[in-house]
Design a protein around this ligand. Structure first.
Ligand SMILES: [Zn+2]
Ligand SMILES: [Zn+2]
Length: 130
């Protein structure tokens, strides 16, 4: 019968949806771990100055050139060689700095990663607009 077949399909669809939502939630909690960091890293789009601040601080301008065009940076992990590449959040198709493979795992860089990348730690007063 057509009706029962349709309702079976609907049931199957609902079951799949619930399953997918369940997987989605699990992924989210794993992702939450990846976004925890002790510092926020930024790069200035104007002078390319790299800096980081305490995670509670939201900078409003570049500490060097006072430009407000600053970009948050993220850490991208290469699946091939596990190399971490730090790049601005708005850069599309980030490639591994070591093997140039496309990277797709995104992490929040920690303060030590940001310092190693070349960022200078700035206080809230240094990145706040006057
Ligand atoms: Zn700048
Ligand atoms: Zn790589």
């Amino acid at each position: 019968m057509t009706i029962s077949r349709a309702s079976l399909a609907l049931l199957g669809f609902l079951f799949l949806s619930v399953l997918l939502v369940g997987i989605g939630c699990k992924k989210k909690s794993e992702a939450m771990k990846a976004i925890e960091s002790d510092a926020n890293g930024y790069i200035c789009s104007n002078c390319k100055s790299k800096f980081c601040t305490d995670r509670k601080v939201i900078p409003s301008q570049c500490p060097d050139c006072k430009n407000q065009n600053i970009q948050r940076v993220l850490s991208y992990k290469c699946e091939v060689d596990k190399q971490m590449t730090i790049e601005a959040r708005n850069v599309p198709n980030v490639k591994c700095k070591q093997c140039a493979a496309p990277v797709n795992q995104i992490y929040m860089p920690q303060k030590v990663d940001l310092i190693a990348w070349g960022a200078t730690f700035k206080t809230e007063a240094q990145v706040a607009s006057p």
